[in-house]
Design a protein around this ligand. Structure first.
Ligand code: EPZ
Length: 418
């Protein structure tokens, strides 16, 4: 298994190109199954999650190629069964459910397992699909939707933590082929959901309200093949913003979209960062002394849960006391025990991490547990005294394209060791 070896101390400066958004590309790839015609998707990041999504599409019967960031796919005929060995490895495969039901009128889908960031139920997905006319039952770990007759309906999709991103995606995709009007109340309004709606509208769907909590989808008889360019990855951009702040650096995030990061930029400015942006990207300059902050993760436009671990890393070396509360995945704190191994002073009170800034962290061998936790450990390694080895780096390769090369180009001392 690969590991990343980071020698702390370098100040990061220069320009980094932000890749296409993983969390936009994944549901858009699933949406291409809604048409037998050819689709061309550009600015797709080369990540293991993307390659795995493509493998599932091929197993379902689609012809897919992926080179130089461009995916070309045509799903003339697809099967409607997604087996356990595919679903268990990547929870995001759940976003095949809506397109398969809309295309095949039925689906057999293995129930996705849990993952290290916490419980990830799909009750809202199944509730929304049932209300649209695709009732399901669970047997032996499989979800069976034997017969779907999709008819538009008003559906409330709010859950205990507010809206659901992939749940909104699934219901929206199925509703494009339902008879009549579907209204989704308490819809997710993340930029990635908006990007999917834009893609579906290009295919001939009739969706309005994307980017708000209320979506209206008028069903259509067929969707056609299109070309589309995926939006930039706001979480990768946010992660590199932290890499500039934690190393007292000054970094330009080329291609980053500031409008997708309003809350993150606000919190970073509260830390003392100087941040400017234009159509080309975002400039982040660190203050001489960072200020501690409190934050709570929420659904968009709140502070994203996918940036929580990265902010914990930053606050371990920020003078003062910070409180970071996780309201989306209350147990998404696997990174704290690894940060403690590096000398961080942090305690967990329920779903709130209380971080006491220390003068320095010490490099150590640490274990990645999930995609964003591994990014947090690399960020901590950039500023720690000595060497940090981040093991199980396959986690980070799921969501960050060439992160070691990009950090090295900014001046970091980081190597990937087989
Ligand atoms: C998406 O996952 C992202 N993944 C996650 O990013 C992200 O952390 C998450 O949204 C929240 O922003 C992709 O887009 C591929 P949710 P998703 O349904 O859609 C509860 C990363 O690091 N819920 O919005 O699966 C759930 O328990 C990944 O890139 C239900 O209760 O998340 C959670 O508390 C990790 N019932 C909250 O909603 C349901 O049926 C938000 O989950 C569905 C969700």
């Amino acid at each position: 298994m690969d590991k990343l070896v980071v020698k702390g101390g370098a100040r990061l400066t220069g320009r980094v190109q932000i890749s296409g958004s993983k969390n936009s590309a994944l549901p858009i790839l699933a949406a291409t199954l809604l048409t037998p015609e050819t689709c061309v998707i550009r600015n797709v990041p080369d990540l293991s999650d993307i390659r795995f999504m493509i493998e599932i599409m091929q197993r379902l019967g689609a012809k897919v190629t992926f080179e130089n960031g461009v995916v070309t796919t045509s799903a003339e005929k697809i099967i409607s069964e997604v087996p356990y060995d595919l679903v268990r490895k990547m929870r995001a495969s759940i976003c095949f459910l809506g397109p398969i039901i809309a295309r095949c009128g039925q689906a057999t889908f293995s129930e996705p397992g849990g993952c290290s960031i916490g419980d990830r139920p799909i009750d809202l997905h199944l509730k929304g699909l049932a209300e649209l006319g695709a009732p399901s039952h669970n047997e032996g770990g499989n979800i069976y939707i034997p017969k779907a007759n999709l008819v538009g309906k008003e559906i409330f999709l709010g859950g205990k933590s507010g809206s659901t991103v992939l749940g909104t995606d699934n219901i929206m995709m199925a509703a494009t082929r339902a008879k009549g009007l579907t209204i989704i109340e308490s819809a997710a309004c993340e930029p990635e959901v908006r990007d999917l709606a834009d893609f579906l509208n290009k295919m001939g769907a009739k969706i309005v309200g994307h980017g708000t909590r209320r979506l209206e989808i008028e069903g259509v008889d067929a969707l056609h093949g299109v070309e589309h360019t995926v939006i930039p990855d706001r979480i990768e951009a946010g992660t590199f913003m932290v890499s500039a702040l934690i190393t007292q650096g000054d970094v330009f995030l080329a291609g980053a979209e500031a409008n997708h990061l309003v809350n993150v930029i606000d919190r970073m400015k509260s830390c003392g960062a100087q941040i400017t942006s234009d159509a080309k990207g975002i400039q982040v300059s660190a203050p001489r002394k960072l200020s501690s902050i409190d934050l709570v993760t929420e659904t968009y436009p709140g502070f994203p849960t996918d940036m929580q671990a990265q902010l914990c890393a930053l606050m371990t070396v920020t003078p003062g006391i910070s409180a970071i509360t996780e309201k989306i995945y209350p147990s998404r704190f696997m990174h704290l025990s690894e940060l403690r191994r590096m000398g961080a002073r942090v305690e967990l009170e329920g779903a709130t991490a209380i971080l006491h800034g220390v003068e320095y962290l010490s490099g150590a061998p640490v274990m990645a547990s999930d995609l964003r936790a591994s990014a947090a450990l690399v960020l901590a390694g950039l500023v720690a005294r000595g060497t940090t080895e981040v093991n199980r780096v396959y986690h980070i390769d799921r969501g960050y394209e060439h992160i070691d090369q990009k950090l090295r180009a900014l001046g970091a001392d980081i190597e990937r060791v087989r």
